[in-house]
Design a protein. Structure first.
Length: 336
């Protein structure tokens, strides 16, 4: 239990964990406020992708992942988080208010998830041929449902190939769109950058790992050869992994936030089982292609993200901004 911590100390510890949530292009489109025993989670529209994400859907998914991480951080301190989602219609950037008044012992699975908040990494490539841990898919599907999402495993070869083709098409279209290329370049700094955001060259492979069917990643290196070298020169077979869609029943801002909460629960649960996850959103950034996926592959549910699960040695590293850069504390409120 952490009842001896002041509200400011609690807020700083919670935000120190929440900033490790995943976000599109590692834009970290969030900021936090605190007042007494309450933390506000806000979207930062200045960090929204204007071309790829004009409606802010991916921004709110990212903020939802940070919200889940903040809730988990409160639990790791022994507090029971109380959440108000999108509490003020006049302020659509206020994603949630979190408060803490009651305490309860931390459960084992909460400890396990908390332990992987800072070590979890998004994978960008192929996987080894090793099978997933028994029961993992059932566990993460149940977890996603708790947060208002649905994880739909795409097991049929034809449907998986169709989804791969959609990503290939979207990736080709993005590389021919000058505005999208420039937007991506703004969030992909060159090697040696000291930025605390964006996708660094330490977070993706230098050479694309082609699988069958092929689920290409984004060209963060802009064809310049940046990225991590292969860990081995052996020509071992590589796998696409288990492919799934994260969907919601509706497509409103609260659904986007809940999709982000479900996503972070999925990622941390997978990481706790030694499984890596690759994320794809390229075709979902094109409205007409997202609609095709919805009608043909999602049973009319709204696709929010495409995920691939598999086992692989991970060495990727991504930066984060400092807590002081994203947490606003009222003047005069201190740790005394």
């Amino acid at each position: 239990m952490s009842s001896t911590l002041t509200p400011v100390e609690v807020a700083r510890r919670v935000v120190a964990e929440a900033i490790w949530a995943p976000s599109v292009h590692n834009t970290q489109p969030w900021r936090f406020t605190m007042h007494e025993h309450q933390i506000g989670v806000h979207a930062d529209p200045a960090r929204r992708l204007e071309i790829a994400d004009p409606a802010g859907r991916e921004m709110l998914i990212s903020c939802g992942a940070a919200l889940f991480t903040a809730r988990l951080a409160l639990r790791s301190l022994g507090w029971i988080p109380e959440m108000e989602l999108l509490p003020d219609p006049r302020d659509p950037m206020l994603v949630a208010q979190l408060s803490w008044r009651r305490q309860a012992p931390v459960r084992e699975y909460e400890w396990r998830l908390s332990a992987h908040v800072r070590t979890r990494r998004t994978h960008r490539g192929a996987f080894d041929l090793d099978p997933l841990a028994p029961g993992l898919l059932a566990t993460i599907r149940a977890g996603a449902a708790r947060d208002g999402g649905a994880l739909r495993v795409v097991a049929d070869d034809a449907r998986r190939a169709q989804l791969a083709a959609a990503i290939q098409l979207a990736e080709r279209a993005a590389r021919l769109d000058g505005d999208r290329v420039r937007e991506l370049a703004r969030w992909a700094p060159a090697p040696g950058s000291t930025r605390g955001d964006g996708v660094p060259a330490t977070a993706y492979p230098a050479r694309p790992e082609v699988t069958s069917p092929d689920f290409p990643g984004r060209d963060f290196a802009h064809g310049k050869g940046w990225g991590l070298p292969r860990l081995t020169t052996a020509s071992a077979a590589r796998s696409t992994g288990v492919v799934a869609l994260l969907t919601t029943r509706h497509d409103r801002p609260d659904d986007w936030v809940n999709a982000g909460q479900a996503l972070q629960r999925i990622l941390l649960t997978a990481s706790a089982c030694g499984t890596a996850v690759a994320l794809h959103s390229q075709p979902l950034e094109l409205p007409w292609l997202r609609q095709v996926i919805r009608l043909q592959l999602s049973d009319w549910a709204y696709p929010q993200l495409i995920l691939r699960f598999g086992n692989v040695v991970q060495v990727a590293v991504s930066p984060r901004r400092d807590v002081a850069d994203v947490l606003d504390i009222p003047f005069g409120q201190d740790d005394i």
